[in-house]
Design a protein around this ligand. Structure first.
Ligand SMILES: [Zn+2]
Length: 280
């Protein structure tokens, strides 16, 4: 009898499971329209960072108390596609060309349609989507923008050979593409650079790895084992958080939880991320 009951329950649950998965919200991408720019957050993966990734120069007890807060280490690997009336531009590429192609396909974009790819820094979770499994370029019509300091530090990377003249190394704070300005944010890596895109008085800041988890909004002094220069990393993070909390620039962060796009508000002792409502 018990066996019959279990087999019935199993069949019942098994038949019902497609309904559950269908009703589950699609978290592979989020679409937001900001004036005349459509920004897609394309989510490669969502996960929790291990707590021992995080470091704090002050007391271990304080660090533990921040890490104990719910969702404090929630993260993603996300890359962004901005579509303007004139061009399509990708900010970072994630780590996996197959996921990148899958996500682009889900929003009916062919990689050949991408005009520009802007790289914040050359860690594998930001440039991994540039080269496919066959060792050839994923983007055949795009110019790939890389900050000079990143290019110098990673000059042996095979992307330089594979993309050749399509790589545009820049060393400027002036507009590199219409309405797109690079802003240096050294610290996490020696040349990490953010990109600010402006449209009709609104701005979106594609900030790369200014932080890796919500705990660093609450306590910006917390850094990670990934950070090349912790002191610079924390200083620039504090500057940027203060600035975007004042001017309400929309931020797009590679390691921010879904939808990875939103604004920042100041709290009593730190900052808070306010996600943008993601329309589909
Ligand atoms: Zn990263």
């Amino acid at each position: 009898m018990i066996r019959l009951f279990l087999s019935f329950m199993f069949t019942f649950l098994f038949c019902l499971s497609p309904l559950f998965s269908e009703s589950k919200e699609n978290r592979n991408f989020a679409k937001n329209i900001i004036e005349d720019i459509t920004v897609f957050s394309l989510i490669e993966s969502a996960f929790e960072h291990p707590k021992d990734l995080f470091l704090y120069p002050g007391s271990a007890k304080v660090l533990a108390s921040y890490l104990a807060k719910p969702n404090s280490t929630k993260s993603t690997v996300t890359f962004f596609l901005a579509i303007t009336p004139d061009f399509k531009i990708l900010f970072d590429t994630g780590s996996d060309p197959n996921v990148l192609l899958k996500r682009l396909n889900e929003i009916q974009i062919n990689p050949d349609q991408i005009n520009f790819v802007c790289i914040t820094h050359m860690h594998p979770d930001h440039i991994g989507g540039l080269i496919n499994a066959k060792g050839t370029a994923v983007f055949t019509n795009a110019e790939i923008f890389i900050p000079k300091r990143e290019a110098d530090f990673n000059s042996n990377n095979k992307i330089f050979e594979i993309y050749g003249d399509a790589i545009k190394i820049f060393d400027t704070n002036e507009e590199i593409i219409k309405r797109v300005k690079p802003i240096p944010a050294y610290g996490h890596t020696s040349g990490q650079t953010m990109y600010k895109m402006t449209t009709k008085g609104k701005s979106v800041l594609f900030w790369g790895d200014i932080l890796h988890a919500p705990v660093q909004f609450s306590k910006p002094d917390i850094y990670t084992h990934y950070d090349n220069n912790p002191k610079e990393t924390v200083a620039i993070r504090k500057d940027i958080l203060e600035q975007v909390s004042k001017d309400k620039t929309i931020i797009a962060g590679v390691h921010i939880a879904y939808p990875a796009l939103g604004t920042v508000s100041k709290t009593k002792d730190g900052y808070k991320f306010m996600p943008l409502a993601a329309g589909k």
